[in-house]
Design a protein around this ligand. Structure first.
Ligand code: TMP
Length: 208
């Protein structure tokens, strides 16, 4: 199974991903935690180009191409071999971040994003995408000061963050079978309970 976690800044998805991996391993499922941009040595080098520096350092299409190059490397070196070996792969961000950030946020054409996705990933689709939704003030407040140096997206303007939040909601509405919108307000335990319910519903054959 391929599970992706998505959401805006400070939605708590990295913590929640870790908790789900721990749970899966506790019930005997081989599970791997990874992330985008990154997750493989080459892709991690590309990550630095994307998450560090001035918000305007890339034009939107160049930025999209860098995310797709990182994605290709991650898929070829890590994700596809793990899935082929029967390992469950849990990725902290994946393709829906490109639609939300570069598409809704920066205005890159959806047809261009979809075409590039098909080139790098073919027909691969996550089996479950958990989209963590949090109000902007809480999310940006949580994210502030974290990951020293990795603040390029955090520093984009508020309207950008509003557009991408709406983008994620639209993605969830468009693909309700794959995507579950999770309210990320409340305690870590509250959010974990919502995620566990969504995962058990999606994978009822594997999780009780
Ligand atoms: P994070 O996962 O640690 O939050 O940082 C990665 C940043 O990269 C985040 O701000 C969102 C951004 N991003 C995109 O803009 N497009 C993408 O396709 C991906 C995977 C991430």
């Amino acid at each position: 199974m391929f599970i992706t976690f998505e959401g805006g800044e400070g939605s708590g998805k990295s913590t929640q991903l870790r908790l789900l991996v721990d749970y899966l391993q506790s019930v005997g499922i081989d599970a791997l935690a990874t992330r985008e941009p990154g997750g493989a040595p080459g892709a991690e080098e590309i990550r630095r180009l994307l998450v560090e520096g001035e918000p305007g350092r890339w034009d939107p299409l160049s930025e999209t191409l860098l995310h797709m190059a990182a994605r290709r490397d991650h898929l070829v070196r890590v994700v596809r071999p793990a899935l082929a070996a029967g390992t469950w792969v849990l990725s902290d961000r994946f393709a829906d971040s490109t639609i939300a950030y570069q598409g809704h946020g920066h205005g890159v054409d959806r047809g261009v994003i979809d075409s590039l996705y098909r080139i790098v990933a073919g027909d691969l689709k996550p089996d479950l995408t958990l989209i963590l939704d949090i109000d902007l003030d809480t999310g940006l407040g949580r994210a502030a000061g974290r990951d020293a140096g990795e603040d390029r997206y955090e520093n984009m303007d508020r309207a950008f963050h509003e557009r991408l939040r709406q983008g994620f909601v639209a993605i969830a509405e468009a693909e309700p079978g794959r995507c579950k919108l999770i309210d990320a307000a409340g305690t870590i335990e509250d959010v974990q309970a919502r995620i566990m319910a969504a995962a058990k519903a999606q994978f009822s054959d594997h999780l009780s």
